[in-house]
Design a protein around this ligand. Structure first.
Ligand code: ATP
Ligand code: MG
Length: 413
């Protein structure tokens, strides 16, 4: 019997895992300089954590959640996103009471039942950041700056940072009416989902990816014309601050994110080269969510970055694969033991060394080549007896005689 991974899941093998690690450690490093600390939350939550926050009429809740009933008859959902679990955890642990202004980041798998295709999986990974307790738009600008710094550090270029404001619960109803009025005459051309959205949540029509709907949206009312004075001022300060910080951005009034909890600032980072699934990161402000989870009034903003899409962008600029500093080929029992001691001395001091164990010299050297070892040391009975062996530089092919006691020390710094 041969098994296959579940549809929409992927195995991530070396050398791709090197890119993942590079991305994760670069992100953690950048986030730290902006004051974010890591939080780890479970991959499953009570289903309501998501249905209540993301919205009953969102794509995620309507058709993408991995929900099941556990043996204790609870409805449990594999997290489709990270914000709701983070807020749940912070409220539950009383963090907002002690630290009203705090910043967190997370990394890990998310689960959505989607049609698998390039850049879209059922288990995928996000790196996300969430900042709480500050409603100043300068924080929004800093979050976007942090994303820009990360993308820069990773060497990613030609990314477009698109921003918008979707207002607040006070001004959004007016926009909603304007959108409804606009699509009233265009209902026939909309996709089946959008026909339904027209009744349940017309703003989602603005987020639909079906080409017919995208076309029909041309000339739709702009949310920016419907903001109240406070939301408009918030957005103005955001764009002014971004300009001041030199963060490039595009204002995109059609950017209405698919989750219910967003207020005011929303944004997406888009890579033209990725084709249809081109958003690598997305986020926004969610000033009401903490309260909805039973916490104190706490404004917040965050984003999530799609790791798989980032990794595919990084594949071209990937760091070189790691190689062992030394490969020790051994012929005979005493030599194998000596090889192991030299290798373990190196490993203890943090240097990658490999041993050949047994087998012909030819097959051991083949392995050394495959691993890309920089140097090889060949030990047999004679070398053990004399205490000297040939050290071979695999690039230049130069050889030198080296004392076995010296061999480990040579690679330690
Ligand atoms: P999309 O428009 O591509 O469906 P989304 O709005 O559903 O994205 P978010 O919930 O904002 O996505 O998630 C943030 C990021 O996570 C996305 O920009 C994308 O890079 C990544 N992402 C979302 N869904 C998937 C998926 N099924 N597979 C791989 N990456 C994903
Ligand atoms: Mg989606």
């Amino acid at each position: 019997m041969k098994y296959k991974g579940v549809k929409g899941t992927r195995d991530i093998l070396p050398p791709e895992t090197d890119i993942w690690r590079h991305l994760e450690s670069t992100a953690a490093g950048v986030f730290q300089t902006f004051g974010f600390r890591e939080i780890r939350v479970p991959v499953m939550e009570e289903t309501q954590v998501f249905t209540r926050s993301i919205g009953e009429t969102s794509d995620i809740v309507e058709k993408e959640m991995y929900t099941f009933t556990d043996r204790g008859n609870r409805s449990v959902t594999l997290r489709p996103e990270g914000t709701a679990p983070v807020v749940r955890a912070l409220v539950q642990n009383g963090v907002f009471v002690e630290h009203p202004a705090s910043k967190f980041f997370y990394m890990g798998p998310m689960f959505r039942y989607e049609r698998p295709q390039a850049g879209r999986y059922r288990q995928f990974h996000q790196i996300g950041a969430e900042a709480f307790g500050i409603d100043d738009p300068r924080l929004d600008a800093e979050i976007l700056l942090m994303l820009t710094v990360l993308l820069d550090k990773l060497g990613l270029k030609n990314l477009d940072c698109q921003i918008n404001s979707i207002g607040c619960p006070q001004c959004r109803p007016r926009f909603r009416e304007a959108v409804k009025a606009f699509f009233a005459e265009r209902l026939d051309g909309l996709c089946a989902d959008c026909k339904r959205r027209y009744e349940t949540n017309p703003l989602r029509i603005m987020d639909c990816k079906v080409p017919a709907c995208v076309e029909l949206r041309a000339g739709a009312p702009s949310v920016l014309d419907h903001l109240d004075e406070a939301c408009a001022a918030h957005f103005r300060t955001l764009t002014d601050t971004l300009a001041h910080l030199g963060v490039p951005f595009t204002v995109k009034p059609t950017l209405v994110r698919g989750l219910d909890y967003y207020t005011r600032t929303t944004f997406e980072v888009v890579a033209g080269s990725l084709g249809a699934q081109n958003a690598v990161a997305a986020g926004g402000r969610y000033d009401k969510l903490v309260e909805e989870f039973g916490g104190p009034k706490t404004p917040a903003i965050g984003f999530a970055l799609g790791v798989e899409r980032m990794v595919s962008l990084l594949a071209e600029t990937a760091p070189p694969a790691p190689r062992p500093a030394l490969f020790i080929a051994a012929l005979g029992e005493p030599a194998a033991l000596r090889a192991l001691s030299i290798a373990s001395a190196l490993r203890k001091s943090g240097v990658w060394a490999e041993c050949g164990y047994s087998g012909s010299l030819k097959s051991q050297m083949r392995r050394a080549d495959k691993l890309g070892a920089r140097f090889t040391l060949i030990i047999g009975d004679e070398e053990v007896a004399s205490g000297f062996a040939q050290l071979r530089n695999m690039e230049t092919k130069e050889q030198e005689l080296i004392g076995l006691d010296e061999a480990a020390k040579r690679f330690m710094d």
